[in-house]
Design a binder for this molecule. Structure first.
Ligand SMILES: Nc1ncnc2c1ncn2[C@@H]1O[C@H](COP(=O)(O)OP(=O)(O)OP(=O)(O)O)[C@@H](O)[C@H]1O
Ligand SMILES: [Mg+2]
Length: 259
């Protein structure tokens, strides 16, 4: 028997009704194996966030099927869905979504506290993810006392502490300079390699994208093409730039000296 895919999307369509009807996604088919690190790229308005929102159950597909770890979240009742989202999904946002009144440590363990775990268990999980993200030294700081890169590492620690089946990230380096982006992407790469965490990440930034193992390009709500990384990240970076310029991305905004 095949192992269950972390994500399986079949015939997914999304139409936003309204004064002007927008067809945001058309017949998307997508399989992501457990342990993959997949990027999604495409021009502004191509449907990247919509796709992520269908997977994360933030919004509902017009038709089609979504399975996360073998479970179709759209068949669950409200209570089961809340449980599913807590257990199976991890979220990372462009603007971090941390609570300013809490410390770094408190932010990270927040998703655990909903399940009333033992304190010792919580503490050991906290230490483990903090070490993985290299933020052990800042655990007692407030989120306004740390850098943007450290904030995103805190948010990543919060996303992985529950060991979700898949982590969804929409522009996780969108608010960061290139050095912090690199730190964040290296951390995600490290988590993927060492913990086998499945990652699905939307980005405009070819440098960030070059840390993924596979990149799916969408255009006008349809899958356009996909490319695989292989061994060399620099070569992959160039391949991403070439693919973006072919499919009409934003490669003109880039300088090629950032690798
Ligand atoms: N809530 C909504 N209601 C109506 N139309 C929407 C809604 N959300 C997105 N759209 C439309 O759906 C299409 C896809 O939008 P989406 O946000 O998925 O694009 P994106 O690829 O994430 O773009 P960006 O790179 O700018 O973030 C766009 O035409 C957008 O205007
Ligand atoms: Mg978007």
């Amino acid at each position: 028997m095949n192992p269950i895919n972390a994500l399986e999307v079949k015939g997914l369509n999304k139409v936003y009704p309204g004064k002007v009807t927008t067809r945001a996604l058309t017949d998307i088919h997508l399989s992501i194996e457990s342990g993959e690190f997949v990027g999604i790229m495409g021009p502004s308005g191509s449907g990247k966030t919509t796709l992520l929102n269908m997977v994360s159950t933030i919004d509902k597909p017009t038709s089609g099927e979504v399975n996360v770890n073998g479970c179709n979240p759209y068949l669950l009742n409200k209570e089961e869905l809340a449980h599913f989202r807590r257990r199976q999904l991890g979220f990372i946002f462009q603007d971090f979504n941390l609570l300013e009144t809490l410390t770094v440590a408190e932010n990270i363990v927040l998703p655990l506290t909903l399940d009333n775990p033992k304190l010792a268990k919580m503490e050991s999980l906290l230490q483990k993810v903090a070490e993985r993200l290299n933020i052990t030294d800042i655990l007692n700081k407030r989120t306004y006392e740390i850098s943007g890169g450290q904030r995103q590492c805190t948010a990543i620690a919060r996303a992985i502490i529950t060991s979700p089946a898949i982590i969804l990230a929409d522009e996780p380096t969108g608010s960061l300079d290139s050095n912090s982006s690199r730190v964040v992407m290296k951390s995600l790469e490290d988590i993927n390699r060492k913990e086998g965490t499945t990652l699905l990440l939307v980005t405009h930034d070819p440098l960030s994208a070059s840390y993924c193992k596979r990149i799916i390009f969408i255009k006008d709500g349809k899958l356009a093409t996909e490319i695989y990384r292989g061994d060399n990240r620099q070569i992959f970076f160039q391949k991403i730039i070439n693919t973006l310029s072919f499919w009409g991305g934003n490669s003109h905004e880039l300088s090629s000296i950032r690798v």
